[in-house]
Design a protein around this ligand. Structure first.
Ligand SMILES: [Zn+2]
Length: 302
């Protein structure tokens, strides 16, 4: 959930997936029934779009002063779910490690909880939720509201950034909190520029972005290379985060080739705080996504 045009370039291949609806988590969407999704997705990839995409002119405008749309997205049926529902694909199947782990950790409905799950089937409730916010003492590559996180996430980020720097892999905070108003403006700009279908691939709907919770942020490498592009995965900061972020309670929320579960293409820069205990359990369970870990259904589309 986070990116400018250019992210998502050539290194990503949808392979045989025919209906990749995922954008990155920054934007939002609507049904695109009359637009071939594969065409749209591939076009998006060619343009380098991911969940965090924003038109260049909008990307820098993170002051949150944009008007909020008159109508809010309607919560889906999953919006009030408070308990993870382990749903084995068949009655005879043995529980997976992830399903077992889900017995100890359950998805929260409140965006104030570290275990809230926000995806294309689970908007924030309320959709215009505003978290408590603070500015972490880390190296910033952004300003305004984008430099803010909720207190627990900020505290954990400070520890993680310090550890990464000590290990010789310094990172920067590229994009943190994003308000409902900012997300609305970003999404609407995409609609105006590229149309509804592309907007839905490139940007999260307002009220559906993890960035609005304060629990998520995008990192960059201190060297500035490949910011919000797939090649970021090969930078020192990304490699360190992939190996050690969990020790500080973070997960890489949108892993490679799990867009049909998360709804978003690969984002090696988008980290989500879920707490050290949960992150360690998720790693031990071998769960690739938060949805899998908590026993929630996939959320490829709205
Ligand atoms: Zn993001």
């Amino acid at each position: 959930m986070c990116c400018p045009p250019g992210a998502g370039r050539s290194s990503y291949s949808p392979r045989t997936r025919t209906t990749p609806s995922g954008a990155s988590s920054c934007g939002r969407s609507r049904a695109v029934a009359d637009v071939p999704r594969r065409t749209v997705a591939l076009s998006a990839l060619a343009l380098g779009l991911t969940a965090c995409s924003a038109p260049a002119a909008i990307e820098r405008n993170d002051a949150g002063s944009q008007p909020v749309p008159a109508s809010s997205p309607s919560p889906t049926d999953a919006s009030t779910t408070t308990t993870a529902a382990p749903a084995p694909s068949s009655a005879s199947a043995a529980p997976t490690a992830a399903q077992t782990a889900a017995g100890r950790f359950t998805a929260a409905a409140s965006p104030a909880s570290a275990l809230v799950v926000v995806n294309k089937r689970r908007p924030l409730a309320p959709v215009d939720f505003v978290p408590e916010l603070t500015r972490p003492n880390v190296v910033l590559a952004t300003s305004g509201e984008g430099a803010l996180l909720n207190p627990a996430t900020a505290h954990a980020a400070e520890a993680m950034f310090a550890a990464a720097a000590n290990a010789g892999s310094p990172m920067t905070l590229v994009s943190g909190y994003r308000s409902y108003g900012t997300q609305s403006a970003t999404y609407n700009a995409w609609v105006a520029r590229e149309g509804q279908a592309m907007a839905d691939v490139a940007s999260a709907r307002p009220g559906y972005s993890e960035h609005q919770t304060g629990w998520a942020f995008d990192i960059g490498d201190a060297g500035g290379a490949c910011a919000l592009h797939p090649c970021f995965k090969d930078t020192p900061a990304a490699r360190w985060a992939a190996a050690h972020a969990w020790e500080f309670g973070f997960i890489v929320r949108y892993p490679w080739m799990f867009h049909e579960t998360t709804g978003y293409y690969y984002e090696p820069w988008h980290l989500r705080y879920i707490g050290v205990e949960a992150a360690a359990a998720m790693r031990a369970a071998g769960a690739n996504t938060l949805e899998d870990f908590l026993g929630l259904p996939a959320a490829p589309t709205y």
